[in-house]
Ligand binder design. Structure first.
Ligand SMILES: [Zn+2]
Ligand SMILES: [Zn+2]
Length: 451
């Protein structure tokens, strides 16, 4: 008779069972305890996919963030996250770097170093010079050094990243590269699209050369209104962008002349699918956190992704994202997202909380939306992209559903359909006025169109 010992651990939004076998009669009670704990350490064979939660856009003292990487990582590790990519501007956390205490105080305040010392102790924190003198400095630990302090197999990993921070004609172009080996300087270019292409090529070259799985996503398109919907559409080599970024200065809702970020997504995907025969963009949510000491700014915990993966490794997480097996969130969690390509049904199971109502909007564009090619410009001349793609048929709400298990059956006339779930409560730490907690799933129903 075999005795099956189950161990269940909760990670991210999912649960996973590990089991091992204990054979009675062969092991005594004491040995069985030892064997059980030994079994618990066994790497599971082909574990089932589960959701892993992470943030892939984070700043630290290595560029313009105001805390030490270990402190930041520790926050994420102890708040239910499974992975974190540090993505400082045009730099990796590597090499020897001492930062003057006065600079740290300017960035984060008097207590930044004290909190770091209190949390990790003087055996870990390295300072040089005499306290309260101009030369007093603290060593910023490189990635390879601090990751071993924080990481825990199957529970929490760090991923090396960079925010490639480019500028074209005074407009910001920021692209995050996740799981890089070497720093990539911004490529520049005569136009936004040219620079996007060049940065993507630089990352792809490195990924090929180093044999690494690297993810590139375009950041906050409405920051400085640098990126238009057409830029997002025409650089088809880019497959990911931030549908939500927790920084308060990124114009999530747009303004009178610029579409909201979510609408940029629908316009870009409509152009890709109807005019270019290209795959749609997938949307990630991130914190873009810089400020960790309670003052207004870009904070931890506002935007994240939940990725379906069998393993918690950078490669598997990135493959899950590339396959579209993830959703973006600013507070709403989903137990399941499924798309049945035969029945053409997109179905969600929301991880509901008591007393909260959920509204799911299914959004898409019809194949015969018939709007492009007939632009109007009342003042005459070339229409702007906003005028050209202002039709309400683009990114239309096709259906609205309440409750825990919303679903939508595609008619076959959609270019794509995606779902966005909104909770009827205010965001506890909003990044824009009137923000409610949401979750965004990726566009489905488009593969058939391309074939
Ligand atoms: Zn940025
Ligand atoms: Zn950033």
């Amino acid at each position: 008779m075999l005795h099956v010992h189950f161990r269940t651990i909760a990670t991210g939004g999912g649960r996973l069972s590990h089991y091992c076998l204990v054979i009675p009669g062969i092991v005594c009670v004491a040995a069985s305890v030892a064997l059980t704990s030994l079994c618990d350490e066994v790497v599971p064979t082909d574990p089932v996919p589960q959701y892993y939660k992470g943030n892939i856009h984070t700043h630290s003292l290595w560029s313009d963030g105001n805390d030490f990487p270990e402190m930041i990582a520790e926050w994420y590790r102890t708040h239910g996250y499974n992975f974190l990519a540090l993505s400082d501007h045009n730099v990796l956390s590597e090499g020897t770097r001492w930062m003057k205490h006065s600079t740290i105080i300017e960035r984060g305040g008097n207590l930044t170093l004290k909190k770091y010392q209190a949390r990790f102790g003087n055996g870990w924190v390295e300072t040089r010079g005499k306290a309260d003198t101009a030369n007093y400095a603290v060593r910023l630990k490189p990635f390879d050094e601090f990751r071993s302090l924080i990481e825990e197999r199957g529970t929490f990993i760090m991923i090396q990243g960079e925010e490639i921070s480019d500028r074209v004609n005074k407009k910001p172009l920021h692209m995050n590269a996740t799981n890089l080996q070497e720093v990539i300087p911004p490529s520049g270019g005569l136009t936004i699209r040219e620079a996007m292409e060049a940065n993507l090529r630089a990352v792809e070259d490195q990924a090929r050369r180093t044999g690494r799985e690297v993810l590139v996503h375009l950041n906050h398109p409405n920051f400085g209104y640098g990126i238009t919907a057409e830029d997002l559409a025409f650089v088809v080599r880019e497959r990911f962008f931030e549908v939500y970024n927790g920084h308060p200065s990124i114009n999530h809702l747009g303004d009178d002349t610029h579409p909201a970020v979510e609408r940029l997504w629908d316009i870009a995907n409509t152009i890709r699918l109807s005019e270019l025969g290209a795959a749609p963009l997938f949307g990630v949510a991130t914190d873009d956190s810089h400020h960790y000491h309670g003052k207004p700014g870009s904070h931890t915990g506002r935007g994240w992704i939940q990725v379906q993966s069998r393993y918690l490794s950078p490669e598997h997480i990135i493959r899950g994202i590339k396959a579209g097996d993830f959703y973006a969130s600013s507070g709403v969690e989903l137990k399941e997202v499924s798309y049945d390509a035969v029945e053409k049904v997109l179905a969600l199971r929301i991880d509901t909380e008591p007393g909260v109502q959920y509204t799911t909007r299914f959004i898409g564009t019809a194949k015969d939306h018939g709007t492009t090619g007939t632009p109007e410009n009342k003042e005459g001349g070339e229409p702007s992209s906003e005028q050209k793609y202002s039709s309400p048929a683009i990114g239309k709400v096709l259906a609205t559903a309440k409750g825990e298990t919303p679903q939508y059956r595609l008619t076959g006339n959609e270019l794509y359909v995606r779902a966005v779930v909104t909770a009827d409560r205010d965001h506890p730490d909003p990044s824009f006025k009137g923000q409610q907690q949401q979750a965004w799933t990726q566009p489905v129903g488009w593969r058939g169109h391309l074939q």
